[in-house]
Design a protein around this ligand. Sequence first.
Ligand SMILES: *Cc1c(COP(=O)(O)O)cnc(C)c1O
Length: 405
Amino acid sequence: MTERKLPPDLHRDTLALRTAIAPSQYGEHSETMYLTSSFVQPDAATAARRFAQEEEGYMYTRVGNPTVTSMEMRLAALEGTEAAIATSSGMAAILLLGMGLLRAGDHVVCSQSVFGSTIRLFSGEFAKFGIETTYVPQSDVAAWAAALRPNTKLLFAETPTNPLTDVCDIQALADVAHGAGAKLAVDNCFCSPALQQPVRFGADYVIHSGTKYLDGQGRVMAGAICCSQKDVEQIFLPITRTAGMVLSPFNAWVVLKGMETLSVRMDAQCANALALATWLQGQPQVARVHYPGLASHPQHALAMRQQSGRGGPVLAFEVKNADAVSARANAFHVIDSTRVCSITTNLGDTKTTICHPASTSHARITEAQRQAAGVVQGLIRVAVGLEHIDDLKADLLRGLNSLKA
Ligand SMILES: *Cc1c(COP(=O)(O)O)cnc(C)c1O
């Protein structure tokens, strides 16, 4: 697949716009969407060589598609990895990671505050195949080290976490993993490569839900693993071409175009999030704000180092309350008083979304587990978009101002 020719050492913004396969004979400026399930072969002998993997060439979209290749090249360029392999969703990327790296009898150490479906995948699905997972507090490096066993093959982290924005030290976890002969995978959905490139800190695999900030406008499902070329070719490609959790060319095209504006969107959304978090801290009805961009965040210094000096686009805050019952009622009141923010658990959109984690994303765990995780009834999560900051403040103030004491 001929890559578009580019000079070396380009900046990330340039790579986000320019990395793709070369245009077709027509010289199209916007990358073509190759919406086709199969590719016509020039002759039977060429087809035979391609099926024998002796010659490069597209045959069938489950095995490879030029639009998907462009999306993979562009994402790998942004993450600073040799290669990437696209999947039908973020969860499919984690499924592919597990299928590629784990065997019956293997052990995984995972942060206890990763995305809920990730926990269900490890504990519900992988457990069926004899893979055991131990969960540890995200930012406690000693707990990760203590959980290691001789059969530990993978450490899985997500930073910052949802909804409390806990940050973990990627370099420290990479050292723990490599010291034990295991690999480190980092789910990089919240920061995206515009802010954080986990391989720079020693991670072996970077997981993406392209559904979030890579698309950026809430249109399609997509996922990817970013890693070495060798791992794509020898571990993951043999699985996707057989098991079929591949990305649709249409979705690949949407994400490919979305990545062109990733860094300007993230700059603007992070600036909005910091302004909103700072303002929320000064509101009398707000008990606490969780945001890595604030000096009050327990891992503020680490976050600034790891996330290119930015706190990310997601924050959470707790409304003041007397008890858990009034906390929930107060949180619901603030959420229901908004007229701009969308009430949805999705994130990664240019439109601001607001949700109550304790009754939605974290509803399927016990109250004791929720308390342990810090997902209290008064907690509200905001994934900050591109609206004018004054409209977002006014949207939250409406509910905060009319809270019953
Ligand atoms: C959304 C999300 C996923 C799953 O991605 P899908 O594309 O919805 O399958 C995984 N990790 C994180 C952190 C997410 O936010």
